[in-house]
Design a protein around this ligand. Sequence first.
Ligand SMILES: [Zn+2]
Ligand SMILES: [Zn+2]
Length: 169
Amino acid sequence: MNLDLREFDAFPAEVSLDFEADSADFGIEGVSFRDLMSVRMTIQKVVEEYYCQGYVAVSVEEECSRCLEMFDSELSGDLTFIVKTDEGEAVMATDTRAEIVHVRSGEPVVEMNELIRQTLILSIPLKPLCSPECRGLCPSCGVNLNEETCTCKTEEIDDRWEGLSDLME
Ligand SMILES: [Zn+2]
Ligand SMILES: [Zn+2]
């Protein structure tokens, strides 16, 4: 997705975008986007710099790391960056941690996908869970313990007894 800063006549400008997106296009694995991605931003222009502050959010399906079922979730995060044109003097970009995007002054177009990708990847949990109480899969028979119980007695499989059963054979 491209953000063409020439489209705005006055600043601060409000950006409100909802668009189709594919998780593959963003190189994000393990989730699939379920709905439109939304970007909300306020853009302020100071001399030749654009200060863009907002957030991005998208509904996703992701896989529970315990029970392996897909569940609905949302990825979202801050989308803040500063656009500098090659003619601009550093005004705001001197003491900030925001990402700085360089564009040519005659063509102030920001390729947003990489910025969005970085934000969304940071919001993916390391171990996604469908619920904090997810009971996961039985390690013996593999049933989803959220949905059914099984007769496996996993807690009784114990190395100490394995030695005994060898002796008894
Ligand atoms: Zn689960
Ligand atoms: Zn089982």
